[in-house]
Design a binder for this molecule. Structure first.
Ligand SMILES: C[S@@+](CC[C@H](N)C(=O)[O-])C[C@H]1O[C@@H](n2cnc3c(N)ncnc32)[C@H](O)[C@@H]1O
Length: 219
């Protein structure tokens, strides 16, 4: 397990060592749906919100700005990304309500990382497509939801409605960053929602470019 985390950390640090400096403005045009996800979190006053694989902290800052009464937590396996996140959060003035940690999403434990066992909202934005053990992360995220809590996911979808030249070019480009759209994501969240205690909303966005899912715990 330790080796796996060390490998993931060094691989992500390698990808993002230089990219992190241009990440926010270069990803804005193609990591679509992130602002929709944030606007639909509807964080209750005093609610605890976790972003798994928070990268540069862009989403956490936006969520903290949108929900000023929330408490925000984010972790990432890349020390390099967290360095940018910490600087951005400091600069944004939201350090009082956003906490960061270095951790692997695979088998994460909120209590161990932040002393917070359950979260009212958990979100994962364009990270499942980078992590081979994405199913385990979803299982753990559901276990970490507070009663009535919800898990929000946005990521690349299967691009089936896109022209083949676009799909081929995009997949080749994403592959350079170890990104693989999870074409089984829809069926897997449907499987998770078969549990009586969960409901699912699934949307295809922008002609199947991206997908958006919300799994809500009923109690
Ligand atoms: C494409 S970025 C998305 C960042 C952010 N969520 C966003 O929407 O801008 C993917 C992030 O996943 C992180 N990551 C990859 N594997 C991880 C793992 N096993 N545990 C935690 N974070 C991981 C990377 O370091 C990177 O910051």
């Amino acid at each position: 397990m330790f080796d796996q985390t060390a490998n993931a950390a060094s691989h992500m640090d390698q990808i993002y060592r230089f990219q992190r400096h241009i990440y926010d403005f270069t990803r804005k045009p193609y990591l679509l749906g992130r602002d929709k996800l944030i606007s639909e979190l509807v964080v209750p006053d005093g609610g605890h919100v976790l972003e798994i694989a928070c990268g540069t902290g862009r989403n956490l800052i936006s969520a903290a700005r949108t929900y000023p009464k929330g408490q925000f937590y984010g972790f990432d396996v890349s020390r390099e990304m967290l360095e940018t996140a910490a600087a951005s959060i400091e600069h944004s003035g939201y350090r009082h309500c956003v906490r960061l940690a270095l951790a692997d999403a695979v088998e994460f434990d909120g209590e161990h990382i932040f002393g917070q066992k359950q979260f009212d909202r958990i979100f994962i934005s364009y990270a499942l497509s980078m992590i081979p053990q994405w199913r385990e992360i979803l299982q753990q995220a559901i276990k970490s939801l507070a009663p009535d809590g919800s898990l929000h996911i946005v990521d690349f979808h299967h691009q089936q409605k896109m022209p083949s030249w676009f799909r081929g070019g995009l997949l080749a480009w994403l592959n350079k960053f170890s990104v693989k759209p999870r074409i089984q994501l829809k069926s897997y969240v449907e499987y998770l929602a078969e549990d009586d205690a969960m409901t699912l909303r699934f949307e295809s966005l922008y002609n199947d470019y991206a997908c958006y899912a919300v799994l809500t715990r009923k109690n």
